[in-house]
Design a protein around this ligand. Sequence first.
Ligand SMILES: Cc1cc2nc3c(=O)[nH]c(=O)nc-3n(C[C@H](O)[C@H](O)[C@H](O)COP(=O)(O)OP(=O)(O)OC[C@H]3O[C@@H](n4cnc5c(N)ncnc54)[C@H](O)[C@@H]3O)c2cc1C
Length: 382
Amino acid sequence: MGTEYDVAILGAGASGLMLAARLERRHSILLIDGNRSPGAKIAVSGGGRCNLCNLELSTDRYRADPDFIRPVFDRYDQNWLLEWVGRRGVSWHPEAKGKVFCDREARSLNRLFERVIPPEIFVAGERIVKVEGRGPFRIIGQERSYRARTLVVASGGLSFPKLGASGIGYEIAESYGHRIETPAPALVGLTLQPDEFFMKDLAGISTEVEVRVGERRWKDRLLFAHRGLSGPAVLNASLWWKAGEITIDFIPGVFPDKLQGNRQLTTLLPLPKRAARAFLERLGIPDRPVDRLSDPHRRRLQRLKAYRFAPAGTFGYGKAEVTRGGVSTREIDPYTMESRRQAGLYFIGEVLDVTGELGGYNFQWAFSSAAVAADALNGTLE
Ligand SMILES: Cc1cc2nc3c(=O)[nH]c(=O)nc-3n(C[C@H](O)[C@H](O)[C@H](O)COP(=O)(O)OP(=O)(O)OC[C@H]3O[C@@H](n4cnc5c(N)ncnc54)[C@H](O)[C@@H]3O)c2cc1C
């Protein structure tokens, strides 16, 4: 079987790359990925521009245990990340809602990692199928097996299988006694039940809405799609939606009981005309000047402010930006990312039960958790 490495990193995505970049070179390191090139998701992220992080970083933006993620962000926040990439030649700029994007294409971040990680540590195209042992770990791939004193699982979630995603991280965690919070696609579009199929005819139309799931609400764009509903407001809602109803205000800022004048409803409502017409038809409201609306019609109009319905499901892992759920953080030390069940076993990034909203929060988590693990490993490995 050959060499025993100090550290094997399973997954050369955002978190695995940051860890490899920050581990001191005195360690013998292996960075293993099933893909031929590292950082597949970084390359396509943010529509090819990479939404690196968010200036308004807050634990509220995550579906996670705040007590677990807070100490990580206390040490490694957005300012650290921006300085780290900036010093290494990746310039960036903020946009709306605190989102920070790379000035150049997302691949500029991949190139940063290529510059700082020695190419010889990267084992490309090796799909890992199993891990055995308790330090040294035996990491079994389709091609070969590897031995390492410590193993860092940075294999991400189940989203975008075409970019290399697999459930190996959960399988490894379970085999060492970890609990897995049920994974599900998140930051993904929602499909519709037959009652709402009329919205499919609006595919391509986008409008400002407020989506509510329980106590949470997002004011942002909604996009009608052939399969259902998409756009940032819906994607964020999908992070929290399980089953049951969501509520959408399709006319934010407009209050039906206050509407008056002789303009037609379809010109007055803040919806694209075709969408306004479809909703009025659905609710049985005639398109007439508001002053001539009957009281029952006005009351029906209220439904546009709080349109409640139960989505059928999601567009699935093939379209989901992230996977919510994952390795329970209860058995992970937030000051090191080490398993509390197995010494020498670490978990970082999306494989953990930490999922952020849209806006750069997921890369932030991947990079920050990796930095914490790097400190721990640099401190403990001789
Ligand atoms: C289309 C898209 C756009 C996105 N845009 C953004 C954005 O702009 N901003 C943002 O914050 N987040 C974005 N995300 C989310 C972000 O990419 C992830 O949250 C982040 O990459 C997670 O990092 P990670 O290291 O945990 O996992 P990943 O980056 O997914 O890396 C995991 C790696 O493990 C490898 N792997 C998995 N299983 C195996 C196996 N069995 N054997 C060997 N290797 C394996 C994979 O090939 C992969 O390279 C986007 C996601 C997608 C899909």
